[in-house]
Design a protein. Sequence first.
Length: 263
Amino acid sequence: MPDTALLHWTLDHILRLLVIMTRVGPLVFLMPVIGSSSVPVQVKVLFTLALSLILLPVVQVSAALLPESAMGYAAFVTVEMTFGAILAFFARLVFDATDLAGQMVGISMGMGMAGTMDPEFGTQVSLVGTLWNIVAVLIFLGINGHHLFFRTLVESFAWVTPGSIHLGKATVLGVMGGIVQMFVLGIQIMAPAAVALFLSHVAMGVVAKTVPQVPIMMVAMPLNIGIGFLFVGLSMSYLLPLLIKNFDLMGQNLTKLAIGMGG
């Protein structure tokens, strides 16, 4: 026998659920970790539906927000996808910084050709970048960083009316500031290993000039790989507070970005 709560559902409930799903869907499909290409589409769809059902009695939306025409609904969906893409892109910048740092350190170690497939983006990345990215994901989940994303999602219904978005100067500056911070974070992550490898290269160059009998090409590669992994391991304790600080900053900036898109 069907649950009595389902019998009380009306067309208004269904339309309100559709409004919520139109915003939740793009965010779930594009956000870090859950939006990874390694997560099956069926899981993302079910997660979107479950999250929308949870938010239905929580957020205040009106079924009248849905356009009546097909073209109007297409524009409505496009606006919501743009809103979700901007927030998801901003949230991914911290993880992009770990990939960038790992790629640069991997090249300095002489492992530019030794790449692996990134399950989240489906692209080839360095082994060091994969290691740092996994650590970043674990820290992100360990400090409940995904709660920051969901909190911004829930509060965005009060800040930004579904189907409307304001892309002003503040939004552009916010995204550009996030990109700048990504490069700064990447340099901070790679700094210990990069400096050690730079000094190693300088030392190998001095040895090659002063003692030509030493087979420097045979010695330099394993030495650089060893030094690189040594300082990558030593930087883990330094990486933890750095990423926690940037994830906290990301949560604050996500809120400001969402409020700014509300006009």
